[in-house]
Design a protein around this ligand. Sequence first.
Ligand code: BEZ
Length: 199
Amino acid sequence: MSVNTIAINRQMRRFDDHASVWLFGYGSIIFKADFPYLERRPAHITGWARRFWQGSHDHRGTAEAPGRVVTLVPEAGADCAGMAYLITPEVFAHLDHREKNGYLRLATAMRFEDGETAEGLIYIAAEDNEAFAGPASELEIARQIAGAVGPSGRNSEYLLKLAQALRDLGAEDSHVFAIERHLLQLTGQPVVLSSAPRP
Ligand code: BEZ
């Protein structure tokens, strides 16, 4: 199952007349910036929670054994830590293609660590997209991730890289770290106990 959002995202013209735009990354964009950027800064957005609720049939799973990747769901008072990249508008063509399976661009405010704020964009896979997998227990999510692999590699690699990138940012995310702990237990690897950056 694949929902192509490239055409819809092209119609998002909000920042077309800007020389550069902030993109807030909360998932693979934190640890895999395979695009040119002018500057990057740790940042936060409020009112959104990171969740492994989007199915991945094209990157970290297949149609037969879909994986799970993160999206954002609205949650009052939630704080989501990530990495913001200042990019030129042409870069969105690449990102629209990379994130074509259900992710739409949405304008949002972000806050940098020095308290400065900016308007920018996030990619979000809302619950009405066909690849939305929805809530499940963190153990069930870890089991699904443990068994999924796709053209971009193992789903477990995505989870572990994201968890490590969040630790490197000094970010707390009980959902991601709980799934990581379950996955490490399921696969017989040493469990990471804290959210502190690894030495
Ligand atoms: C992100 O890192 O922000 C992201 C990555 C993939 C899809 C959507 C968002």
